[in-house]
Design a binder for this molecule. Structure first.
Ligand SMILES: [Zn+2]
Length: 399
């Protein structure tokens, strides 16, 4: 594993970086206002393009010209930006953010960006527009303090809220030759996310044989009867002790009350904490067999994001961050999250990842979405410390 050692990282005094950020609170908020005021709903390409254009301009204003930049066309989805900037040492650090939000265009009309005392709010501010602004200001703070930063790879994703369908292969190839990744998603009550569940989204179709329910009750084979049996079997796959939940969220089928049902279908949501449980669920679904030779069972869908267990790489990143936080006078807690993020993809590739290092606040995907400004600025100093740490003890070899 190629991440900095704790003692070397802990030896750097970054209090002046935190101080500089506190002094630049107004500038930070001005950028946040500008960016939150550019709506970037996942489902509107023109809005996403304008948001990404703004971010690209901020990147070059902050870091200069990139050593390389590619903007991968997302088609109807947001483009994916991968931009490399040179830096000190040989460890390249990925900063991963998504710039799409769940908020439709026009939401700002009734809910503009506002700062009210210690709190700022607006659509997408917590998940995760603030994380992008934090990453920019972390770099500015290091530059102002004269502290080096490592080679950085910025990856900006425009379809995360839709499941990263288009961006996933781009993210995975961008993980090549990077030492580690910071994912600037928001935290949970200030805690970083060192484990996430994997999410499986499946559909089950059962095909039976229709017949007149009164005249030919023995001619038909009911798809609904079979689905009822399957629902009970699927429920038995739940194992909360191992962190696996199983939910049949919708069931439908049949055509008339007097027709034996020829078709029934159901949706299945599965959450798992580790790959072994995902494999157990896969095997159980593959082993489902119809109870009658004239019935057919079809299962479609799959794992939207793999589980992110707390790997040694994730644990090492958390230890590094916690040590740096102590140096800044902060306690950094960790937690496991039930939902997935792009960190799941990177962790599944074996990359050391720290997720949830972005905004401090709450209310993701709700009208209560907000950030706590001063704790978020303090967390930005920690992001700067983490970025800087990747220049320490840098081995001569390429990462
Ligand atoms: Zn997010």
């Amino acid at each position: 594993m190629n991440i900095p050692t704790l003692c070397a990282a802990g030896a750097v005094d970054l209090s002046k970086v935190a101080q500089w950020l506190r002094e630049h609170r107004d500038g930070f908020l001005a950028d946040l206002r500008a960016y939150v005021s550019l709506e970037t709903p996942s489902n509107s390409k023109p809005h996403l393009d304008r948001g990404l254009d703004w971010l690209v301009a901020q990147l070059s204003a902050t870091l200069g010209q990139p050593a390389s930049l590619s903007r991968v066309d997302g088609g109807g989805y947001g483009d994916v930006l991968v931009a490399d900037f040179d830096g000190a040492g040989s460890r390249r650090l990925m900063l991963l953010c998504h710039y799409d939000t769940v908020w439709d265009a026009g939401t700002l009309d009734a809910w503009p960006f506002t700062v009210s005392g210690p709190v700022a709010s607006g659509p997408g501010i917590f998940d995760m527009k603030t994380g992008l602004v934090q990453a920019l200001w972390a770099v500015r703070a290091l530059d102002a303090a004269g502290l080096p930063r490592p080679p950085l790879r910025w990856v900006l994703n425009g379809d995360e809220e839709l499941g990263s369908i288009v961006s996933r292969p781009v993210l995975e190839s961008a993980a090549d030759r990077v030492a580690a990744a910071l994912v600037l998603e928001p935290g949970v009550d200030g805690a970083v996310k060192t484990a996430r569940k994997g999410v499986g989204i499946f559909r089950i179709d059962v095909r039976g044989v229709e017949a007149h329910a009164g005249l030919d009750p023995l001619k038909g084979v009911s798809a609904i009867d079979e689905m009822a049996r399957l629902v009970l079997r699927l429920r038995q796959l739940q194992d909360l002790d191992r962190g696996t939940s199983v939910n049949i969220g919708t069931v439908s089928g049949g055509s008339r009350g007097n027709v034996i049902a020829g078709h029934a279908w159901a949706s299945l949501d599965v959450r798992v904490t580790n790959p072994a449980e995902a494999a157990r669920i896969d095997a159980a679904l593959a082993a489902l067999t119809p109870s009658h030779e004239r019935l057919r069972i079809e299962i479609t869908g799959g794992w939207n994001r793999p589980p992110m267990p707390r790997t040694p790489g994730i644990a090492a990143m958390y230890d590094l961050a916690r040590t740096l936080a102590e140096g800044l006078g902060e306690e950094l807690r960790e937690c496991a999250a039930g939902g997935g993020s792009d960190a799941n993809f990177l962790a599944a590739m074996g990359l050391p990842v720290l997720d949830g290092i972005g905004a401090v606040g709450s209310g993701a995907h709700s009208r209560d979405e907000h950030i706590a400004v001063d704790p978020t600025l303090a967390r930005t100093a920690l992001v700067a410390a983490l970025v800087h740490a990747f220049t320490l003890n840098s081995p001569g070899a390429r990462p």
